[in-house]
Write a protein that binds this ligand. Sequence first.
Ligand SMILES: Cc1cc2nc3c(=O)[nH]c(=O)nc-3n(C[C@H](O)[C@H](O)[C@H](O)COP(=O)(O)OP(=O)(O)OC[C@H]3O[C@@H](n4cnc5c(N)ncnc54)[C@H](O)[C@@H]3O)c2cc1C
Length: 472
Amino acid sequence: MAHVVIVGGGLSGLSVAFRLKQLAPSVSVTVLEPRDRTGGNIRTETHDGFRVECGPNGFLDRTPSVPNLVRDLGLSDRLIAASEGSRKNRYLYLRGRLRKMPGGPFGLLTSGLLSIRGKWQLITEPWRKPRADASQDESIAEFVTRRAGKEAADIFADALVTGIHAGDPTKLSVAAAFPRLPVMEREAGSIIRGFMRAAKKRKQDAAARGESPPGPMRMWSFREGLQVLVDGLMSSVGNCVRTGVRVKSVRKGESGASATGVSWQVITDTETLTADAVVLACPAYEQAAVLGDLDPRLADLAAGIAYNRIAVVALGYRQADCSWSPDGFGYIAPQNTRRDVLGVQWCSAIFPDRAPPGCMLWRALCGGVNRADVADWDDDRLAKAVHAEMKLAMGVRGEPVFRKIVRWPRAIPQYNLGHLERVAQIDAASAMHPGLFLTGNAYHGVAMGDCAEQGELVAARVAASMNNSSTV
Ligand SMILES: Cc1cc2nc3c(=O)[nH]c(=O)nc-3n(C[C@H](O)[C@H](O)[C@H](O)COP(=O)(O)OP(=O)(O)OC[C@H]3O[C@@H](n4cnc5c(N)ncnc54)[C@H](O)[C@@H]3O)c2cc1C
């Protein structure tokens, strides 16, 4: 029986395991995970009636991969959509107060977020010529400045990058982190025009299928939190998961030792496993360590992917201690304002059952690439700093009645300039080792949807390599 070892039991590794078992049921699968629990960054904890997401807060239905995974796990009836208010009401903390983000580029023109010059630069975006040499990588800050002006870049590109990557807009590659934007520039000659065309095409496609026009993109979770997804995956593939096992390295085995002609040895702290294929689904720096002896160049390439540091600071307040009960998603403080808090999600306004009756749960993200020092502050200093921001931005009067702090020393991979070239080199180098597959959030997208999508693709490639495509 062919055997596949998956290294890492986060969403990426568990998705590969789940899809592989569907595609090639005769293949034996082992998932190795060093912690005593699976799920990686995804973890929901409930204390004193406050339900805290330690990592991701929800997933978007931009791609169907997570909704499909949820459906195939039989969990669709437990899904909950984010509140309507959280879709419409998003804020920036700018010039000393919260300012509502306009719904689209036209709303921006009537908002006070940009000066007249900033608005003019934005509105004239469709007439700006595309870059002559599109082969050079460009940062998201450079790209937005070139297309829509420096003000739009300083506020909106920064907010986007802060909200998704907690990164630096001058370092992140637009082609790697936001691949749709350069494509829109290339194909529609403009971002504004590109978004309008995409919306029109979605409507036309739905009409062609006889469906009603698609609604806007939404965020989803479960009433009991994202842990439901991890638990669902575990009920399906848990019998092939071994926790408390760290993989140290991989090496090629005797080719005759395998039914597929390719053999791998997976070395853990205590034993050596034999496999026909190995899927590395742990973070890139761990992949680098695992690959060091096998292929130092490949290991160096993976090690070059930087990660940021994040502290999640969840605070609970009594509703009576706040002059308003926000109906929205939360706010982002653009990084050039240099606040101690990158942004705040109003968790109990986004999803139900996040706080006990009469209370609210808010979650601040601190640190990121440009304020990494804040993520290292001790708990008391962090909680005090976040509470001070809540007083300033939210007008909260009383002390928090609950707090939970989670640190992610290497949280989100940063797709810095040159990322796509690096990934191409990694793909080429790993292709020299048949039966070795690299996946995870370090390569093709950091969102949960990207990880689940890659999980499907990698499982299909592994199944094909096992010569089991007849069962696909
Ligand atoms: C604070 C935070 C907020 C986020 N918010 C959102 C959000 O709202 N929406 C969204 O879509 N995404 C969000 N993300 C991103 C998303 O959570 C991740 O990209 C995704 O969960 C990554 O899954 P993964 O399996 O690729 O990696 P991980 O979750 O990092 O899992 C990798 C696993 O590999 C294991 N491992 C490590 N070393 C070894 C080894 N040597 N041997 C074996 N196993 C090993 C680890 O223990 C871990 O379990 C957020 C991330 C963070 C940190």
